[in-house]
Ligand binder design. Structure first.
Ligand code: FPP
Ligand code: MG
Length: 342
């Protein structure tokens, strides 16, 4: 059975995007239900030892289903009922899930989507290989979609890997920390968000120019989305996030609030700066103290302002798109990202 959690979450987001747009709401809910069913069918094709359980694990635990939702919204600019649109949405979620398998290995994460991470349950070797299987499955499905699907998927996957590795290595010079952050975030987060939108537009036969406008929108929305993730890592409890709070601090990854604290050099942040300058990351008590100091630092408001700028840029990028329910839903999505709680 498809998870109620993923369905319920998808429906609540759709409801916020489609206020007074009942036809769009019905279409999105129906298609998201099909995505849930096909995702489970797809991971059900895994065979042999361990793999069937490992590839089903996070899919069944349910996520926000943001990427398939974006693919379906991209398809609103063409024929949303066109063949392959639902499969394109499945491809977006499979790539995302593959990247989470790998990300949780890199971050030594214990919890994902409110359940044990794949690496915590089966170990790193299984998590990486089952992530590879999901990526290969996505490639197989893409081969049956529009002719642009495979090269676009390759490009998005390449950017995901590059972003993660650049995050791992850090900037060449300390002074480039902010620029480095935005480049990493564009690659590790915005690439797949942008891809998901474009894939939907191309699969639905949307008019020329739509996919490039959606790509622009997706690049800005994706950066804003990652900034909201950085904020939630500091403010939201683990039960709400479905993953550990303060994980970025634990593994020594600097999100935007941390970078802004380090950059500003305010005297009142001295204790926080000392804690944050620990390259190996922070353990229990020191992490708790850093989180408490971060939560009341000026950097939180500044981070929200940067996120708001990116969301304004995303809204502006919608201008070349045809007016209609799809465009209004994408504008509403900016408000949903601004007020994320999970
Ligand atoms: C989450 O970042 C991570 C990503 C959005 C991208 C992960 C990409 C890879 C591991 C490269 C491999 C890619 C493929 C396609 C297999 P985060 O750690 O900031 O977010 P989190 O808090 O949700 O963990
Ligand atoms: Mg992570």
């Amino acid at each position: 059975m498809p998870t109620l959690t993923a369905r319920a979450r998808g429906r609540s987001v759709v409801a916020r995007l489609t206020v007074r747009e009942k036809a769009l709401e019905r279409r999105m809910v129906r298609s998201l239900d099909q995505v849930e069913e096909r995702l489970l069918v797809c991971v059900g094709e895994a065979s042999g030892p361990i793999l069937p359980g490992a590839v089903r694990h996070l899919v069944a635990a349910g996520g926000k289903r943001l990427r398939p939702l974006l693919t379906l919204l991209g398809a609103e600019f063409g024929d949303p009922g066109a063949a392959g649109v639902v499969d394109a949405a499945v491809v977006s979620e499979l790539i995302h899930t593959a990247s989470l398998h790998h990300d949780d290995v890199m971050d030594e994460a214990l919890i994902r989507h409110g359940v044990a991470s794949v690496n915590a349950r089966w170990g790193n070797s299984v998590a990486v290989r089952s992530g590879n299987w999901l990526l290969v499955k996505a490639a197989q499905m893409s081969a049956d979609l529009s002719r642009e699907a495979v090269p676009l998927q390759a490009e998005a996957s390449e950017r995901l890997v590059r972003g993660q590795l650049r995050e791992l290595v850090g900037p060449d010079h300390e002074g480039d920390r902010l620029q480095h952050y935005f480049e990493v975030v564009a690659d590790k987060s915005a690439s797949l968000i942008s891809f998901s939108l474009r894939l939907g537009a191309l699969q639905s036969g949307a008019p020329d120019g739509v996919d490039t406008a959606l790509a622009q929108y997706g690049e800005h929305l994706g950066v804003a989305f990652q900034i909201s993730d950085d904020l939630l890592d500091i403010t939201a409890p683990s039960w709400q996030l479905g993953k550990e709070q303060g994980k970025d601090l634990a593994v020594g990854v600097a999100g935007l609030p941390v970078l802004l604290v380090l950059d500003a050099g305010r005297p009142q942040d001295e204790e926080l700066r000392t804690l944050l300058s620990e390259p190996a990351g922070l353990d229990g008590a020191r992490r708790g103290r850093a989180l408490a100091l971060l939560q009341r630092s000026e950097a939180m408001g500044q981070t929200e302002a940067v996120m708001a700028e990116r969301l304004a840029a995303a809204r502006a990028a919608l201008a070349p798109l045809p007016r209609g329910a799809g465009r209004r839903a994408l504008a509403a999505l900016c408000d949903v990202v601004a007020s994320r709680t999970e």
